[in-house]
Design a protein around this ligand. Structure first.
Ligand SMILES: Cc1ncc(COP(=O)(O)O)c(C=O)c1O
Length: 517
């Protein structure tokens, strides 16, 4: 055996580990061949000037891991069990090649697209960052949460050590079912609720349940990247239906069979429309007629700034065609990774089995704390508080835009945590406004940067700027818009209000390629 102990190169490794590693590598690289003898422990210890026990322990570990074998009264050899051909392939000199199997084409096609733009590109660097869909970190009920977590930990018993409740802990599912009736008009029971790691996890589960290669999936255009990229990754055949000022144009839904439509009826993402009743009913009728399912993503519906809370599409779903996705990412925080799906009876069993296969359920501790937060009324109090706060911030943003840019065309500001500003005609396209804003320390986002996918990009979509208001104080909002106005030279403000209309092409498209720019 050609061994040399280089003590400085192997800093931190014990002598025993160095011997083990070197012999192991010589075997893996084919320098020590299958069946070749190794020196006796005494000989090697003398050669290396280490104790015999050190060598013996290294040999013991090599034997335990299957690299060498000892034949009593004969000697120690490289194990005959090691497949030499596999070793040769692994040790070949050629640099690693990307795999070229059919399976990986899916990955390659995904790589053409950017990752979903949810992670804030400028964390903490900007003077005013109108990043979308982000709750104010200072509003997180940290004291109550810490207390609830500590209490649950104290009484956890087996909860942290057992596999239990793949579909979510019963207390939380009960609380959510009880909350959904008054809040969203959904009458359901805990058995139909599955706790997931946010909407994205819920979408994955539903896609695994319903979408196979080539299956028709209907998307709003524009829509949420997180959903569009996901369905694309499942090899779905994507159909896109344009959105206008009322939301998805349901008359243009394609007459496919066994489709899956992904929609955001409460606050269309990203344009912010609330789908009116006639279109909701049309969507449900379409699902029934075409034997399809509708996924309702209700990501930020807790924030409705006019009128009473809207009944969710799921609340109208007499024929059990709607899968409802809810999340705590917007009302509490995305770091919790907690959400839920409400599943029609026909899918409950399969969805529960899938959730078990995927991960055996979400972490117990946060579920338990959240159940307690809801049952003690803390959650509703928290919601009331942040609703008021975000309303004031929405108002501050609209006023600041008017102050600096005149009679601005603002869309989708009746609900949610962001609004869309249709840029005045004298301003450059959104991408340029975004870059200009950034140069003065302001985050303002064109639709692709704000996590929207659209089909295909049009001159019209480049006129929209997304501005999130929930995480900024009223003062920061005022300051940010003033800076933006100064940078854009908006002193020569001209009122330029145009009615906004359909922002994509008029007919549903087939085999859509997702736009990335
Ligand atoms: C349309 C839409 N759905 C869902 C989410 C949230 O997903 P999650 O619950 O996975 O955090 C977002 C976040 O921005 C969103 O914009």
């Amino acid at each position: 055996v050609d061994l040399a102990l280089n003590r400085s190169a192997a800093r931190g490794l014990s002598l025993q580990n160095q011997i083990f590693e070197q012999i192991r590598m010589q075997i893996l690289e084919g320098r020590l061949r299958v069946g070749e003898p190794l020196p006796a422990t005494r000989a090697l210890s003398e050669q290396l000037q280490v104790s015999r026990n050190t060598v013996a322990l290294a040999y013991e570990r090599l034997t335990a891991e299957g690299y060498i074998e000892t034949k009593p009264s004969v000697g120690t050899f490289v194990s005959a069990e090691i497949p030499e051909t596999a070793l040769k392939a692994a040790a070949s000199e050629t640099p690693p090649q990307p795999a070229t199997t059919k399976r990986t084409t899916r990955l390659f096609s995904m790589a053409r697209h950017r990752a979903q733009a949810l992670v804030n590109p400028h964390p903490r660097k900007l003077v005013a960052d109108f990043w979308i869909g982000r709750p104010d970190a200072d509003t997180f009920p940290i004291k109550t949460w810490s207390r609830l977590i500590a209490e649950r930990l104290r009484t956890s018993k087996g909860a942290l050590t057992e596999y239990r409740y793949p579909t979510g802990i019963p207390e939380l599912r009960e609380e959510i079912a009880a909350h959904l009736r008054p809040a969203r008009g959904i009458i359901t029971s805990p058995e139909h609720i599955i706790i997931v790691g946010g909407c994205q996890d819920g979408l994955n589960l539903v896609a695994r349940l319903l979408v196979e290669q080539g299956a028709p999936v209907i998307l709003e255009s524009p829509c949420y990247q997180g959903a569009a990229y996901l369905f694309e990754s499942f090899g779905a055949e994507l159909f896109t239906v344009p959105v206008d000022e009322k939301g998805i144009q349901t008359r243009r839904l394609p007459e496919v069979r066994n489709g899956t439509a992904y929609v955001t009826p409460s606050h269309q993402y990203p344009m912010g429309a609330t789908l009116p009743l006639d279109r909701r009913l049309e969507l449900l009728a379409w699902a029934l007629r075409t034997d399809s399912f509708v996924i309702e993503d209700d990501y930020d519906s807790d924030f409705r700034f006019c009128g009473s809370p809207l009944t969710a599409l799921k609340g109208l779903d007499c024929s059990e065609r709607v899968i409802y996705l809810g999340t705590f990412s917007k009302c509490l925080g995305a770091g919790l990774r907690l959400g839920y799906i409400v599943v029609p009876p026909s899918l409950v069993e399969a969805a529960g089995q899938l959730k078990t296969l995927m991960n055996n359920g979400q972490p117990w501790l946060e579920q338990a704390a959240l159940a307690d937060f809801m049952s003690t009324g803390g959650y509703l109090r928290h919601l009331r508080r942040i609703r008021k706060l975000y309303l004031a911030r929405r108002n501050a943003l609209v006023s600041a835009l008017r102050r600096h840019f005149g009679d601005v065309d603002v869309i989708g500001d009746q609900a949610g945590m962001h609004l869309i500003w249709r840029l005045c005609d004298y301003l450059p396209p959104a991408k340029e406004v975004e870059a200009c804003a950034l140069s003065v320390g302001v985050g303002a986002y064109s639709l692709p940067s704000a996590g929207a996918a659209f089909f295909p990009p049009s001159a019209e979509t480049s006129r929209y700027l997304a501005l999130g208001f929930s995480s900024l104080s009223e003062a920061a909002i005022g300051n940010g818009i003033a800076r933006l106005a100064a940078a854009l030279g908006a002193a020569q403000v001209r009122t330029s209000k145009k009615p906004h209309h359909s922002i994509t092409t008029p007919r549903a498209r087939r085999r859509t390629v997702l736009a990335t720019e």
